[in-house]
Design a protein around this ligand. Structure first.
Ligand SMILES: Cc1cc2nc3c(=O)[nH]c(=O)nc-3n(C[C@H](O)[C@H](O)[C@H](O)COP(=O)(O)O)c2cc1C
Length: 202
């Protein structure tokens, strides 16, 4: 399947087909838990210019708005990082499609309580659990027994105050298809909401 697509992209020399194929894969990955691109590496730079990376789950991708969203704990160190420097990268690799997607973006927490509450209510109960942890993620502890979870009434709102969604506004992206007959690599720059592409040497 990968071979056919790569051949078609090469034959047509089509930046558009290369982009559409990659964007479709990303879009499908939002809902497909086993898809390779459901998990992206999120890279930040901290206030001392040190890079940090971690896996995050792709929760939304809008081709129209050129945004990517994931969920996290407000107390986590990635939040400190993006407050110090909003420039981030996201990278993923679809093994079957032999496709790497690398994204440069500006990240910011979503502050709209209505949107956050809507996401929270639609979340699997299990996914809400991690936000109930009493101490902040990344805090030092002497023993695993110090990991405690806030308990409370029957409402599903415990932990909600720690929850936030991060929106990444895509500034540019790069795709790389690995092919037997040669790799294909292209870069697309967001110019006023449209992605302008150019081939680059793989
Ligand atoms: C498969 C997998 C999925 C993960 N998904 C998320 C996620 O969606 N959001 C998140 O904040 N952390 C997620 N994590 C945990 C992060 O990779 C990371 O360990 C944690 O968020 C602390 O990161 P930080 O200290 O750099 O902020 C995931 C980890 C794994 C292994």
């Amino acid at each position: 399947m990968n071979k056919e697509i790569i051949e078609k992209i090469r034959e047509k020399d089509s930046l558009e087909l290369a982009l559409d194929t990659a964007m479709n894969k990303l879009q499908r990955a939002v809902k497909k838990r086993n898809d390779d691109l459901h998990l992206l590496n999120f890279v930040t730079v901290d206030e001392k210019n040190r890079p940090n990376t971690r896996n995050v789950v792709l929760r939304d991708f809008s081709l129209k708005n050129l945004t990517i969203r994931f969920h996290t704990d407000k107390r986590s160190s990635k939040i400190k990082d993006i407050k110090a420097n909003k420039n981030v990268c996201l990278i993923g690799y679809d093994k079957r499609a032999k496709l790497q997607i690398r994204i440069s973006a500006e990240a910011s927490p979503i502050n709209d309580e209505e949107i956050l509450m809507d996401i929270w209510q639609k979340m699997y109960p299990m996914s809400r659990e991690c936000y109930r942890v009493t101490k902040s993620p990344g805090d030092k502890i002497k023993s695993l027994s110090e990991i405690k979870f806030d308990e409370g009434d029957e409402s599903n709102l415990i932990g909600y105050d720690n929850f936030v969604a991060i929106q990444c506004d895509i500034k540019s992206l790069e795709i790389l298809y690995l092919g037997h007959a040669g790799h294909i690599r292209a870069r697309y720059i967001n110019s006023n909401g449209s992605l302008n592409g150019e081939w680059i040497v793989p």
